[in-house]
Design a protein around this ligand. Structure first.
Ligand code: FES
Length: 134
């Protein structure tokens, strides 16, 4: 399978805020880390997911330049929040989260799980240690 394997477009994002949608990318996997190319992180962010992940990790570069990565699993009841133009919106009961995972609107009361992110030699590396497997 090619390293960069686009599985599907985040079409459901179109229903929430008119965002063009974040692509899905299958990351390279190593113990405790997932990585993609810096170029995989489009303007709308990217959803990285391997076959054994129940939910993807959403990676986005903020306007400050900082890269953030959050588990796209709503802390209310576990649905998948979808990226919109300026936030993540849960389709199940309407919770909203900032791109760095903070709750903007309930019913969710807890932030999304956030992962450390680094850039290394043209790659974006998401560090899974201490945060639980997605
Ligand atoms: Fe996301 Fe309920 S599961 S708001």
């Amino acid at each position: 399978m090619p390293r960069r394997d686009f599985v599907a477009l985040g079409a459901s994002a179109l229903a929430f805020g008119g965002c063009a949608g974040a692509a899905y990318v299958v990351p390279r996997s190593a113990p405790g880390r997932l990585s993609i190319s810096v170029g995989d992180v489009g303007a709308d962010g990217v959803l990285m997911q391997t076959a054994d992940m129940a939910r993807p990790i959403y990676v986005r570069r903020l306007t400050s330049g900082e890269l953030v990565a959050v588990l796209a699993s709503c802390t209310h009841q576990g649905c998948q929040p979808e990226p919109a133009s300026d936030r993540l919106i849960c389709p199940c009961h309407g919770s909203e989260f900032s791109f760095d995972g903070a709750v903007l609107q309930g019913p969710a009361e807890r932030a999304l799980v956030r992962y450390a992110v680094t850039e290394e030699s043209g790659d974006v590396v998401v560090w899974l240690q201490g945060r639980g497997a997605p």
